[in-house]
Design a protein around this ligand. Structure first.
Ligand code: HEM
Length: 342
């Protein structure tokens, strides 16, 4: 699943094809290097030798490998920036170039020509940093969402059937994410039950008094327990149950048609979910910039998979993640029985 979301990310962000090989699924060296860096980042987060500390400069084999891969990925991105900039300057970038990097460079040019930023204020190094952050945030999370959504659908064949019927109802077989209200609810429910980012951090800009009288002081760093919030029964009824119907209800008299529920809708079997309690993408001014992209991507990939494939549970398999530091990662992947849909 990772090669799918990585491929989509690189195509849309950089207009770069990352998958190679005869099967069209083997990752290219840049993808492999990036995978290595992501895994190392997670290991370092879960390690008491927090990367802010100074031990990572010691030239162990692992640290040397980290520097080598970092250099490889960064120089690949910097070259891409140089090439893209040249092609924009020479007006080769066709009007159909809609990748994020083209937009970023064009916006930077406009800001420079309007005197909003000086040329040296945003260097290629800064642009590489931006692409690195987007890279690390932009594909693993979506791939995990899809894995957990398929796991849940495999365990709930009726919900899988609802998705398939909804997909079959789309006009001319063309999948438009706006028509896929139930599939979207499945993605939201997977994000609620297994948020890929389980916790985030905020620094208090002022003291806050909680309802029990406890005061959180100014300047303290506070963890926001996203996973815990999503499993709090005061916020989501029957939190351990997979219930896409907390997000949607069936349209009366229209088989296979669904509509979004408002938080005030009390007509269903289960109370409607309140979207503001879903913190999978965090909240506020520094929430996830890729939220809409990620949901749309997940819905489209899910629908395209379900069009041709059926997913069934492996009876002995249970999804477990023992080491949830920042990212929710199943310990042994996700095992599913997959067959072609007849
Ligand atoms: C299901 C997929 C995704 C999930 C669950 C997710 C979740 C999150 C969360 C929880 C944060 C932290 C916000 C905070 O600290 O409060 C975040 C930040 C971020 N995400 Fe995502 N994300 C997803 C997909 C994406 C995609 C596809 C992109 C890029 C195209 C992206 C780009 C970013 C960036 C750049 C930040 C940092 C924002 C900032 O610091 O201002 N994310 N994401």
């Amino acid at each position: 699943m990772k090669s799918v979301t990585l491929g989509i990310f690189c195509k849309t962000a950089l207009n770069f094809e990352v998958v190679t090989g005869e099967d069209g699924m083997s990752p290219c060296p840049q993808a492999t290097a990036f995978e290595y860096l992501s895994e190392q980042m997670m290991k370092r987060f879960s390690n008491p030798l927090w990367p802010r500390h100074f031990f990572y400069w010691i030239p162990t084999e692992q640290n040397r490998q980290q520097i080598k891969e970092q250099h490889f990925v960064r120089s690949f991105l910097t070259n891409l920036i140089t090439e893209k900039r040249k092609s924009i300057e020479e007006s080769h970038a066709s009007e159909t170039d809609k990748d994020l990097l083209t937009h970023l460079l064009k916006a930077h040019n406009t800001a420079k020509s309007m005197g909003i930023v000086e040329a040296e204020q945003v260097t290629d190094d800064n642009l590489t940093d931006i692409l690195m952050s987007l890279f690390s945030a932009g594909y693993d999370t979506t791939s995990m969402t899809l894995c957990t959504a398929l796991y849940l659908l495999a365990q709930h064949p009726q919900a899988q059937e609802h998705c398939v019927r909804e997909i079959q109802n789309t006009k001319g077989g063309l999948v438009d994410p706006h028509d896929l209200v139930y599939c979207r609810a499945v993605i939201l429910e997977a994000l609620r039950m297994y948020p890929p980012v389980v916790t985030t951090l905020r620094t208090m800009t002022k003291p806050v008094e909680l309802s029990g009288g406890l005061v959180i002081p100014k300047d303290s760093d506070e963890f926001v327990p996203i996973y815990g919030i999503h499993h709090d029964e005061n916020l989501f009824a029957l939190p351990s149950e997979f219930r896409p119907d907390r997000w949607v209800s069936a349209e009366e008299g229209k088989e296979g048609c669904w509509m979004e529920r408002s938080a005030l809708d009390d007509s269903g079997e289960i109370p409607a979910a309140n979207h503001s309690n879903l913190l999978a993408f965090s909240a506020g001014g520094r929430n996830c910039v890729g939220m809409k992209f990620a949901i749309q991507e997940a819905v489209l990939v899910l629908a395209n998979l379900l069009k041709g494939l059926e997913f069934a549970a492996v009876p002995s398999f249970e999804l477990k993640s023992s080491n949830q530091v920042i990212l929710h990662k199943p310990d042994n992947g996700v095992l599913l029985n997959v067959s072609t849909r007849v």
